[in-house]
Write a protein that binds this ligand. Structure first.
Ligand SMILES: *Cc1c(COP(=O)(O)O)cnc(C)c1O
Length: 341
């Protein structure tokens, strides 16, 4: 089976499993798990923040970042295509009491103009105050689009000038950094909070890191407990994360190459992709996405029917050069090119 539904399907590598098996652990709710502490220190150093917190998922990392930097009734500016707006069961509204000011745009990115247009800071009791901007680097529904360091700085300067915090949902922040050949630090530094997932392209079984100031992370610790995310001898998972950060980051470049090879091969046959794909996520236009996914599954290629007009194909570390060649061959053979009507 060549599973291209998501980069979350990656399996722990043999080296990662060894690291997990031999991890030193303790009760992390008491702050006594040395491996978790080491991972948090590493994450803080990589993102240039004072502190970091290990949390079970990217969804919880985003929610904690939102809760820690807003009050109920505040407005958060984000993209209409963003993960918190689309895929987090309305947690910002339900748990945070937050209003989303959602900007349209297929790449899932926010421009400074859009932010400027959406910020509300009028001293009039009719209005909710905007207190947080949330960007996604790379964008999931936006085809893995990246913010450059300059773009992040520009958004941060604007937000901070207005007294607004900036959160970066960096579920795939390392994909962004590797694709651009820049340190993660440059993408993270301008943001007040940044999170990244270990459980996607980096190949760990679970876990995300939320990084920020010492004060923010102190509040995040309380919120994590409140949400039920306090874990105990979780160094076994943190060890997987440390292994991923030490040994598996550069492999992301290969995933990007595979995605490009697949795209180019299919484009040569008249296929059309919905969006640019600078990293590892492709949206291939198909008239009947469920039918297409069914056909491919019959030959051992698993993809995700996405919107009514496309399938999602995601490359990751468990897809080899040979797998890529085989999947290109199968996609070419089974799928009819579909152009925008
Ligand atoms: C996957 C993802 C998340 C959430 O991560 P989970 O660990 O699945 O909760 C958040 N943001 C983006 C952009 C993602 O792709």
């Amino acid at each position: 089976m060549i599973d291209l539904r998501s980069d979350t399907v990656t399996m722990p590598s043999p080296g990662m499993r060894d690291a997990m098996a031999t991890a030193e652990v303790g009760d992390d709710v008491y702050g006594e798990d040395p491996t978790v502490n080491a991972l948090q220190d590493r994450a803080a150093a990589l993102t240039g923040k004072e502190a970091a917190l290990f949390v079970p998922s990217g969804t919880m990392a985003n929610l904690i970042a939102f809760l820690a930097q807003t009050r109920p009734g505040d407005t958060v500016i984000l993209s209409e295509e963003s993960h918190p707006f689309h895929y987090e069961a309305a947690n910002m509204a339900r748990v945070g009491g937050l209003l989303a000011s959602a900007e349209p745009g297929l790449l899932g990115k926010l421009s400074p103009e859009a932010i400027r247009r959406r910020v509300v800071q009028i001293d009039d009791p009719h209005f909710s105050h905007t207190t947080l901007v949330s960007i996604e680097n790379t964008t999931n529904r936006g085809g893995g689009a990246v913010y450059t360091p300059d773009e992040v700085r520009e958004v941060a300067t604007l937000a901070h000038g207005l007294g607004i915090k900036l959160h970066c949902d960096g579920a795939r922040l390392f994909n962004s950094a590797v694709a651009q050949g820049v340190p993660v630090l440059e993408l993270a530094a301008p943001c007040d909070s940044v999170c990244f997932c270990l459980s996607k392209g980096l190949g760990a079984p679970a876990g995300s890191l939320l990084c920020g100031s010492r004060m923010l992370i102190r509040e995040a610790l309380r919120l994590r407990k409140m949400l039920g995310g306090g874990m105990r001898q979780v160094g076994v998972l943190a060890a997987a994360g440390l292994h991923a950060l030490a040994h598996q980051v550069q492999d992301l470049a290969r995933d990007h190459t595979h995605a490009r090879q697949c795209r180019e091969a299919l484009e040569a046959e008249g296929h059309e992709f919905l969006l640019p794909s600078p990293t590892n996520i492709l949206y291939l236009r198909q008239a009947e996405p469920y039918l297409a996914a069914g056909l491919l599954a019959g030959e051992g290629v698993c993809v995700l029917p996405h919107d009514p007009d496309s399938i999602r194909i995601v490359f990751h570390r468990d897809i080899s050069d040979d797998d890529t060649a085989r999947c290109i061959d199968i996609l070419r053979r089974l799928l009819q090119p579909c152009r925008r009507a």
